[in-house]
Design a protein around this ligand. Sequence first.
Ligand SMILES: Cc1cc2nc3c(=O)[nH]c(=O)nc-3n(C[C@H](O)[C@H](O)[C@H](O)COP(=O)(O)OP(=O)(O)OC[C@H]3O[C@@H](n4cnc5c(N)ncnc54)[C@H](O)[C@@H]3O)c2cc1C
Length: 382
Amino acid sequence: MDFQLTEAQDFFKKTVADTIDRLILPKADEIDEKDEFPWNLWREFSRLGYLGLRYPEEIGGMNADKVMCMIFYEEIARGSVGFAQSVIMNILMGTYFLYRFGSDAIKERCLFPAMRGEKIATMCFTEDQSGSDLGATRTTFVRDGSGWRINGTKMWITNGPICDFCTVLATSDPTKGLKGLNFLLVEKGTPGFSSGQVINKLGCRGTVTGELIFDNVWVPEENLLGEELDKGVFYLGEVLDEVRLMTGAMALGIARAAYDEALEFARKRIAFGKPIGVNQLIREKFAEMDTLMNAARLMVYYGAWMLENNMESRIIAAEAKMYATEVCLKVVDELTRIYGANAFAHEYKPQRFFRDARFLLYGGGTHEVLKDFIGRTIIGKL
Ligand SMILES: Cc1cc2nc3c(=O)[nH]c(=O)nc-3n(C[C@H](O)[C@H](O)[C@H](O)COP(=O)(O)OP(=O)(O)OC[C@H]3O[C@@H](n4cnc5c(N)ncnc54)[C@H](O)[C@@H]3O)c2cc1C
């Protein structure tokens, strides 16, 4: 067994951490407070090439392996979860289906500019009445001449209101459930495609999230992303483990930021004439947080390594996402206890971590749904 990062991974980790320390950390509170998309930061990240993180060098990407991807996701979430969400959407789900199934023209028009940060991408699954239950998708598409006509409304879409294009989950027939699902590309400026309500979110502020409306939107044949009709769920399965591990890595990032804040506070806050960190009950919190974070990190990176080595990673990815998120919520909770009343003030960081961490409960699958999946897979068909 070898738990050591390769030289390239180690160098990448140091470089990314330095970038986050310099570019994001000083602006993280401002991003949260203003709740506006940080265009300048986006341009800086684009210039550094991070938006092409997981794609091959031949097409202008960084060709990062799965472990390197997790390093990046963890670090950027340590900086600002709001900004991280927007960036990761471009890197992963917003572009995955274009990379996998897009024609040369689609790649030229959408994928490559998104990898350079010149275009903003997103992915639309969720609707008002369907989140976890993708089989209940009501956005439809039908054949119309040499293309497809799409109708429906999506909700909770990261980058939605500012996106240049989106990959939309739609059904060829709502009565088919999961067996009717497909992915289609819709570009900004297409008649009938518009942005609706922008959500005023509890956390992950700085990323713009909202409703996207598809009112009789017509797209050409090639915008159906997939080799075969109605195989959307199968294609989604190709990237699901990566998405779940990515969410776990983001959880590690927030947990680390919260832990660092707690440590600094415990060392300097004086109560009863001594730093609170000398108290056994406070030390116990650090022992527990550190143990949990180490366990979560092992799971996330082990999952990434398995994925990179084409090993079966469905269960470990779901477990790692779930476990790392619960650890993150625990660490953030402990921070708010260690910090005392100041954790309750907008002026200090803990409340931001507290709000941001809640998002992890939904992205990548809710824990009830993940537990059900893990249990079902382990027990098998009876
Ligand atoms: C900040 C943020 C950004 C997001 N960005 C995007 C995006 O870019 N694109 C996108 O498509 N979506 C996005 N989402 C939506 C997210 O994917 C959904 O919230 C998620 O899929 C859960 O769906 P839901 O909220 O509708 O909850 P539901 O699926 O309605 O679940 C509600 C509750 O019921 C439970 N439940 C459901 N089914 C079962 C079951 N079988 N057994 C036990 N319990 C069950 C759930 O665990 C949960 O507790 C975003 C959400 C947030 C908060």
